[in-house]
Write a protein that binds this ligand. Structure first.
Ligand code: NAP
Length: 437
C-alpha cells in the first residue's frame, strides 16, 4: 500500500477472460501502482472466471475458476467485472453481485438493452454502482458524458455509427465497388465479422446500443424491442454508386431523437437503418471499423465523439474507467448517479417518423414514365426534391430523392409505385439523413 492508500484493498473479480477480460486483467496488473494512487486503495484481482480451465493464460492457476457464481459470492470480492457476454448467465451473476452489495461493471449491451430496469433496480436497492461505458462504442466515452456532463442540458438527438463490422463492410463496398456478399466474406477473413454475423449485419447489436443511448439521453426506459431495426444485407453496389452520384455515402446509423407529433405531443424515436449521409456530414468520414456518435443538445449544440468502437484493449479502457469510478465510490463511501427514468416518454412508431428518402426503381424507358411516377409521389403527399435517370433501355432507372415525409406516407407511395405498369421494380428505398428539409 502506498502512503496515500489508507483504505483496505478492494477485491476485484473478472468474469470472462476473452478479448476484453484478458486486457482488463493486463491493465490491472501492469498499472497497479497508478490505479492504487487514483483510487486511494489497491485494486486486487481475487479471481477470473473462465469456461475452459487449464489453458495457458499467463495467470496463476489458483486465480482461475469455472465457478463464476462462487467467485462472485466470495467475501473478499467487492467489485465484479462481467465480460462473459450472453444473456442468462451474466444476468444471474450480475444480479447476484448487486444483491450482495457489490458494484458491477459490464460491457454487455445485449443484456442491458433488455434488462437495464431489473439490474438498475437491484443496484438502487443495494446502493451500489452499475456501470457500462464499454457497452456502447467501445473505448469512446459517450455514456458518462450523457449521464454526467450533459446532466444539466436537454439532449435532442444522438445519432451514430456504433457497429464496426457494418461500417467496415459499407466503407469497403464504397471504396472497392464490390458487392455485399463478397465484402462480408472478406470482413470475416480479416476478423471484422464473426462466423455468424447476424447480430451485426441485421442491426441487432446497433439496436441494443440505440436502446441504451435513448434510455440515458431521454431519461426514459427504452428496450431493444422499442427500436425500429433494418440491417445492411440488402444494400447493393448499385446503391453505393447512386449514393456517390448524390454526393452521399451509406452508413448504418443508430438514431435516438426527440420529436414532436403534429398534435404537439413529445415523443422519442429510436431506430437503426442504413441511410444515405451527405459526404460533408461528420459521420460520412467515419470509415472502417471506427465508431462515432454525434450528440445534439439544446445548449451544448453539436458534440462529436469518435474512436475505436471495439477491440480488447480499447474496450478494456472503458471497463477500467468504470472500475476506477466504482472503486473510488467504495473508498469514499458513496455511489455514482442512479438510473434516471423520470421522463417516461413514449416511443413513436416508425410510421410517424419524418425523414427524407431515396427511392431507386427500374422503369420502362419511355415517355410519360416520369410524370406517372411524380404523380404517385404527389398523390401521397410526398414532395420530390430531385429525380435522376440512370442507364437506358432495359437498364433504365429512376432515382428519386424526396423532401421530408413520414415513413407511412413513403411506404404507401412505394406500394403504389410497384403497381404502376411502367415500374418494373422498386429496387431500393433508403432514408437520407443529415440534411435539412
Ligand atoms: P470472448 O472473447 O468470447 O470472451 C468470453 C469469455 O467468457 C471467455 O474467456 C470465456 O471463457 C468466458 N466464459 C464463457 N462462458 C463462461 C462461463 N459459463 N463461465 C465462466 N466464463 C465463461 O468475449 P469478448 O469479446 O471479450 O466480449 C465480452 C463482452 O464484452 C461481451 O458482452 C461483448 O458484447 C462485450 N464487448 C466486446 C467488445 C469486443 O471488442 N470484443 C466490445 C464491446 C463490448 P473461455 O476463455 O474459457 O472460453
Amino acid at each position: 500500500m502506498t502512503s496515500e492508500s489508507a483504505h483496505r484493498a478492494i477485491g476485484v473479480a473478472v468474469l470472462g477472460l476473452g478479448n476484453v477480460g484478458s486486457e482488463v486483467v493486463r491493465i490491472l496488473r501492469e498499472h497497479s501502482e497508478d490505479l492504487e494512487a487514483r483510487v486511494g486503495a489497491p485494486l486486487e484481482l481475487r479471481g477470473v472466471a473462465v469456461r475452459r480451465p487449464g489453458k495457458d493464460r499467463g495467470i496463476p492457476e489458483e486465480l482461475q475458476t469455472t465457478d463464476a457464481e462462487s467467485l462472485v459470492a466470495r467475501d473478499d470480492v467487492d467489485l465484479v467485472v462481467e465480460v462473459i457476454g450472453g444473456m442468462d448467465l451474466p444476468r444471474k451473476l450480475i444480479l447476484s453481485a448487486l444483491n450482495s452489495g457489490k458494484s458491477v461493471v459490464t460491457a454487455n449491451k445485449a443484456l442491458l438493452a433488455d434488462h437495464t430496469g431489473e439490474l438498475a433496480e437491484a443496484a438502487e436497492l443495494h446502493n451500489v454502482d452499475l456501470y457500462f461505458e464499454a457497452a456502447v462504442a467501445g473505448a469512446i466515452p459517450v455514456i458518462r458524458p450523457l449521464i454526467q456532463s450533459l446532466a444539466g442540458d436537454r439532449v435532442n438527438k444522438v445519432a451514430g455509427i456504433v457497429n464496426g463490422t457494418t461500417n467496415f463492410i459499407l466503407s469497403a463496398m464504397d471504396e472497392t465497388g464490390a458487392d455485399y456478399a463478397s465484402t462480408l466474406a472478406e470482413a470475416g477473413r480479416l476478423g471484422y465479422a464473426e462466423a455468424d454475423p447476424t447480430a451485426d449485419v441485421e442491426g441487432y447489436d446497433a439496436a441494443a446500443k440505440a436502446a441504451i443511448l435513448a434510455s440515458i439521453a431521454f431519461h426514459t426506459r427504452v428496450t431493444a424491442a422499442d427500436v425500429y431495426r433494418e440491417g445492411i444485407s440488402k444494400i447493393t453496389a448499385a446503391d453505393l454508386t447512386s449514393a456517390r452520384a448524390l454526393d452521399c455515402t451509406i452508413k448504418l446509423l443508430s438514431i435516438c431523437e426527440r420529436i414532436t407529433t403534429p398534435e404537439g405531443k413529445e415523443r422519442i424515436s429510436a431506430r437503426v437503418y442504413p441511410a444515405l449521409v451527405p459526404l460533408e456530414h461528420p459521420l460520412a468520414s467515419v470509415n472502417g471499423a471506427f465508431n462515432a456518435v454525434v450528440v445534439e443538445a439544446e445548449n451544448a449544440g453539436r458534440l462529436m465523439f469518435y474512436g475505436q468502437g471495439a477491440g480488447g484493449a480499447p474496450t478494456a479502457s472503458a471497463v477500467m474507467g468504470d472500475l476506477v469510478m466504482a472503486a473510488r465510490n467504495k473508498v469514499n463511501g458513496g455511489r455514482g448517479p442512479r438510473e434516471s427514468k423520470y421522463a417516461k416518454l413514449k416511443v413513436a412508431p416508425i410510421g410517424d417518423i419524418p425523414t427524407r428518402y431515396y427511392v431507386n426503381m427500374q422503369v420502362a424507358d419511355k415517355a410519360g414514365v416520369l410524370s406517372a411516377v411524380a404523380a404517385e409521389f404527389s398523390q401521397h403527399g410526398v414532395s420530390i426534391s430531385t429525380v435522376r435517370q440512370e442507364g437506358a433501355g432495359d437498364g433504365a432507372r429512376l432515382v428519386v430523392v424526396t423532401h421530408v415525409a413520414t415513413d407511412s406516407a413513403l411506404s404507401e407511395t412505394v406500394e403504389a409505385l410497384s403497381k404502376l405498369e411502367f415500374v418494373t421494380a422498386v429496387t431500393s428505398v433508403l432514408r437520407l439523413e443529415g440534411t435539412e428539409q
